[in-house]
Design a protein around this ligand. Structure first.
Ligand SMILES: *Cc1c(COP(=O)(O)O)cnc(C)c1O
Length: 337
């Protein structure tokens, strides 16, 4: 048996999804004529209580476009030191937007108004102008940790009082919603921009959507074009995303239950030094031996995973990890391997 726990991006389209893609009505989206993309953008915006949406090839692009929309060159944004926008987007904040980054040291990537406020620069010619705060929910490098809306509301309040924009890197926001029980519709009031990945836990093959007000999305469309992200008959991809929003949101709790089963088994093993608390579909654990050695042993049993540090391994559960595969992994973990 093979089990791929490297990432929730490895899922393949289901038969139902392929059928939806096959029968999609498409057009040239650069002309605004792809009705499936238009439907997806409106549907996603409505779900989160935002005015408009923009379908993009990747979550990196939706985040980078948002940062470009909400800043000017010489500005500074505030984010946690684990933030995907800072660590895993190739230095795009500086490259695309000419903006510097002030990093905070949150708990598992979760930051608070008390941490943010002292890092907002006063008006002074020496200081970059602070114009944006970026939150991530769930936090990837935090091991899938979640903000609740109760955490978010006071941050949004602070941003409003200080004239800062607030962007959500919601690559896994549906995992956060499944865990916290918060409602997507309540998100819109707090954020100026929301990026949602369709190709992570939701299981679509490609794409992310940026949500914001109409004026921001109009400008975002220009930025998408200049980045080379203006696609043509991409409604085939949007059809997969619509299918995912309709069929793959409720099932995320299965992935979370699977992650919990794996973490409990890991917690019993003498070769595991520490398991981070599991909230969603990501399990981070520290190994006594170097991670590379443990990964090789797992690979020999058909289990793929990834290391995030010399002694740290990440398991991610998703649509293509089924109950029998979880059972198999548990069996392997508990045996001498
Ligand atoms: C995956 C991910 C993204 C976007 O990644 P792409 O591979 O560019 O789609 C953004 N933020 C977080 C937290 C992610 O995990």
């Amino acid at each position: 048996m093979t089990v791929d726990l490297r990432s929730d991006t490895v899922t393949k389209p289901t038969p139902g999804m392929l059928e939806a893609m096959w029968s999609a009505k498409v057009g040239d989206d650069v002309f605004g004529e792809d009705e499936t993309i238009n439907t997806l953008e409106q549907k996603a915006a409505a779900m989160f209580g935002m005015e408009a949406g923009l379908f993009c090839p990747s979550g990196t692009m939706t985040n980078q476009i948002a940062i470009k929309c909400f800043t000017q060159p010489l500005d500074e944004l505030i984010a946690d030191q684990t933030a995907h926008v800072y660590r895993y987007e190739g230095g795009g904040i500086a490259f695309n937007s000419g903006v510097s980054t002030r990093l905070l040291d949150g708990y598992r990537g979760i930051i608070t108004p008390e941490m943010i406020e002292p890092e907002i620069n006063a008006e002074n010619i020496h200081y970059p102008h602070t114009s944006l705060v970026v939150l991530e929910n769930t936090v990837n490098k935090g091991g899938g940790s979640c903000y609740t809306l109760d955490n978010i509301a006071p941050i949004a309040q602070l941003c409003q009082a200080k004239g800062l924009k607030l962007h959500l890197d919601g690559a896994r926001v549906f995992n956060a919603l499944a865990h916290t029980g918060d409602k997507a519709l309540d998100y819109g009031q707090y954020f100026d921009g929301i990026s949602v990945c369709l190709s992570k836990g939701l299981g679509a093959p490609v794409g992310s959507v940026l949500l914001a007000d109409k004026a921001t999305i109009k400008y975002a469309r220009r930025i998408r074009k200049v980045l080379g992200g203006g696609m043509r008959q991409a409604g085939f991809l949007a059809a997969a995303a619509i299918y995912a929003l309709d069929h793959h949101v409720d099932r995320l709790k299965i992935d979370h239950a699977h992650a919990r089963i794996l973490s409990e088994e890991l917690g019993k093993q003498s070769w595991v030094a520490n398991v981070m608390p599991v909230e969603t579909n990501i399990v981070l654990f520290d190994t006594v031996e170097p991670a590379a050695i443990v990964l090789a042993k797992l690979a020999a049993k058909g289990i793929k995973a990834s290391d995030t540090a010399k002694h740290r391994i990440r398991f991610v559960t998703h649509l293509d990890v089924h109950a029998d595969q979880v059972e198999y992994v548990v069996k392997v973990l508990s045996s001498e391997f």
